[in-house]
Design a binder for this molecule. Sequence first.
Ligand code: XMP
Length: 529
Amino acid sequence: MTAHDTIIILDYGSQYSQLIARRVREAKVYSRLVSWSTPAAEVMAYQPKGFILSGGPNSVYDDGAPTLPDYVIDSGLPVLGICYGMQLLARRFGGKVGYSQHREYGPAILTVDQTDDPLFRDWRLENEPTNLQSPISNLQQVWMSHGDKVEALPSGFRPLAHSDNSPFAAAADVARGYYAVQFHPEVVHTTQGAQLLSNFVHHICGCGADWTPVNFIDEQVALIRAQVGNGRVVLGLSGGVDSAVAAALIHKAIGEQLTCIFVDHGLLRQNEAVQVVETFQQEQGMNLIAVNAVEEYLEALAGVTEPEQKRRIIGEKFVRIFEREADRLGQIDFLAQGTIYPDVIESAGKGKKDAHVIKTHHNVGGLPDDIDFELVEPLRELFKDEVRTVGTALGLPDSIVWRQPFPGPGLAIRCLGEITWERLERLRLADAIFVDELRQAEMLRAGTQQSFAVLLPVKSVGVMGDGRTYQEVIALRAVTTEDFMTADWARLPYDLLAKVSRRIVNEVAGVNRVVLDITSKPPGTIEWE
Ligand code: XMP
């Protein structure tokens, strides 16, 4: 399976589960997130060196609440329980979990009582600000998000840290390697949380630091060659980061055996289609077929306003066009895709009862069953930031590697209401103006991680020159985010916004009003749809 030291994270449905996996990977240790109900044999096939139990929305007292599987304990491997995971451990070994209807949510100050425990190695701890007499440095901020909490530890466990609200904010049965924390080390608001997870995987589970981009590339090149042999591979290039990196990686492995197909569905941003062809055909020297399918898509989307239906039409059409082009190529053995780890996890989560899945974004799992290629998906294991590191290591330019994420269905989900060429052009121009101004202000990478225009299916009254207008509205969306799972709206300078608004209303025919989206995620999403 994998030659790397592996940590298995059992997912109990917390919104932060993916973050645990990322933090472990940032510590250069390979990690996999699997549902708590995955069969033992499947999990143990990874030969893990330890387990992390995620948080989750349930109470251990709920009917049918997710449980701690026996094989985890039987394995004798170290276990770190986070939040719900802590309660599972406590309950399992005879501790007492207190039921609470009230959630404690937000920052808390942790007092570390066992500063020499490996869990807290290299923690930068602080003094009590009001007690200058005390030389003890044992305070640190952590993030709490829980209802129930452990009120009595099982025998064998001892407390490691406490907070005002949680007498056992961290505890361990050191002899057996069972660790438990009430707070969430995976979120950035737990200031030393990444260090804690790194300590657990390195110093408690004994993992090496062998998960690096260069190792990854070498390993994948060998795997791709082994899978593909002399076969021919096609890959759908979207212009986005993921498919670009997948293409570069596969090209490195098998060169001419790869052909990329780029379908211009007319839902791309300004100049994007030209850029893709230039970069991959001319600069990277790949076999690339560019298909102009604009009319075909517009026809299929005519009159459609419902977002899920738009997505479905676009996804299906893509596959059909792809098959048509691949047929023309003659014998094709494999279909390559830039599927990345969050796509896999989110798709896997769709049917799960315990995961509070918010939306199905991605095309994985949306492929029709009758597709008859074997898949090559070398990025299936990677998070977005890992994909970027690999892209850079493969020599792709920053303009591709650092491109902002762009949804597969493209402008279709930013052109609310009916999709017509005229409305798409309106949106494209407004978007280009916004992005252009952000770039000039040097805010494209540092100031916001995703920023775009949205065309609303609403008309409002305005006045231009001597006349009254009745035209559409552009909403500007710009967010700051670490991982696109939570996000805040970017506090862009007023002068910049003023200029963007002025330019859009003056330069984009059919738009007479510009508004700014000031919703964070949650409760909003980044896209409007
Ligand atoms: P939301 O709107 O859920 O989006 O906050 C989170 C991130 O996912 C991107 N996104 C998509 N990416 N296909 C994709 O490849 C899609 O259908 C899709 N929908 C949303 C979105 O742009 C943001 O970065």
